[in-house]
Design a protein around this ligand. Structure first.
Ligand SMILES: NC(=O)C1=CN([C@@H]2O[C@H](COP(=O)(O)OP(=O)(O)OC[C@H]3O[C@@H](n4cnc5c(N)ncnc54)[C@H](OP(=O)(O)O)[C@@H]3O)[C@@H](O)[C@H]2O)C=CC1
Ligand SMILES: Cc1cn([C@H]2C[C@H](O)[C@@H](COP(=O)(O)OP(=O)(O)O[C@H]3O[C@@H](C)C(=O)[C@@H](O)[C@H]3O)O2)c(=O)[nH]c1=O
Ligand SMILES: [Mg+2]
Length: 285
């Protein structure tokens, strides 16, 4: 057994499966993250050379009402995975989020910058990070942001859906971050898994997000331009788009240590748009 992946249908898991046909990707039916012991058992039984956790509770607004469940999936399960990895002496590659930060200021966040999540999802992901570090397992925690792809649910697909019925939208323009193609995250995870297997001293936390940083409004406009859809996008402040979960204004991630350690540079999300739209079946008219 080479590589064990938690997650099968998600954005990143789908892209890992495409790139690593020999990896064993476990869906919820084979490993339910609400059952952390089952996740640890799956690792012990398959004895892979590395584990990638690409599954998570990602419903940001719903997590406000389901924090215990989000914490079980985003913290208790990764902790159990890391303990099993430590026992076997294999690395765990785990994905985390810009939402562990409070989004103050305008500067890109360094890896070691203080964390202070604004919402339940962010707290559950931060708890996962801490729990993994505490096990002593060789690991890489890869924080990314604003993931999009042809699969699963994401902002790009929401924009395409709503523009089927509306030709004008109001989108927040004061939350800034790096949209990240799931395919590039998958590639980064595989690169990091290979490197960490040979060099466990690379253990640590890393940032990996797409460039350039943009507002959700700017991202929406780029999506509609690439899709050839004529939609009027009006920028609004976050205060005018109330949601159950608060979201950080500044989601910029400083990704320089990831390039130094692994040679991974920030992917240009604009370059990924045409292929992803094409895969969804959207062709500019
Ligand atoms: N989406 C984003 O914008 C961002 C995501 N991240 C992180 O990246 C990682 C990958 O996210 P992404 O690919 O977008 O995730 P998705 O939301 O696309 O998919 C989540 C995956 O997790 C699985 N999952 C959820 N609950 C369970 C469970 N109880 N047991 C087993 N599997 C479960 C889902 O399976 P099922 O289909 O069965 O529900 C699905 O495969 C996560 O760690 C996420 O926190 C970080 C920053 C941004
Ligand atoms: C649909 C819509 C959204 N918005 C805003 C709401 C929100 O601030 C922003 C993005 O909305 P979403 O619900 O897609 O974003 P959200 O689900 O919060 O996305 C986050 O998911 C988790 C998993 C992460 O880890 C983060 O990196 C981030 O990608 O756009 C508008 O302003 N107008 C609209 O019409
Ligand atoms: Mg969402």
């Amino acid at each position: 057994m080479s590589l064990l992946v938690f997650g099968q249908t998600g954005q990143v898991a789908t892209e890992i499966a495409r790139r690593a046909p020999h990896a064993l990707c476990l869906g919820r039916d084979k490993a339910d993250l609400a059952d952390p012991d089952a996740c640890a058992f799956a690792i012990e039984r398959h004895a892979p050379r590395a584990v990638i956790n690409a599954a998570a509770y990602t419903a940001v607004d719903r997590a406000e009402d389901e924090e215990p469940q989000a914490t079980r999936i985003n913290a208790d399960a990764p902790a159990a995975m890391a303990r099993a990895c430590a026992t076997l002496g294999i690395p765990l590659i785990h994905i985390s989020t810009d939402y562990v930060f409070d989004g103050s200021g305008n500067a890109p966040r360094a890896v070691k910058a203080p964390t202070a999540p604004l919402n339940a999802y962010g707290r559950s992901k931060l708890a996962g990070e801490a729990a993994i570090r505490a096990t002593g397992a060789a690991h890489a925690i890869l924080r990314t942001s604003w993931v999009f792809s042809a699969h699963g649910s994401n902002f790009l697909k929401t924009m395409l859906r709503v523009s089927d019925t509306r030709d004008a939208l109001s989108i927040v323009n004061d939350q800034i971050g790096g949209p990240t193609p799931a395919g590039d995250i998958a590639e980064a995870c595989l690169t990091v898994a290979n490197r960490l297997t040979a060099e466990p001293t690379l253990t640590g936390t890393y940032h990996f997000s797409g460039a350039p940083d943009v507002s959700w409004q700017g991202f929406a406009e780029a999506i509609f331009a690439a899709a050839g859809r004529h939609v009027t996008v009006t920028g609004i402040p976050t205060a005018d788009y109330p949601t159950p979960a608060a979201r950080p204004l500044n989601s910029r991630l400083d990704c320089r240590t990831t390039e130094t350690a692994f040679g991974l540079t920030r992917p240009d999300w604009r370059a990924a748009l045409p292929d992803i739209l094409n895969e969804i079946g959207v062709t500019p008219t």
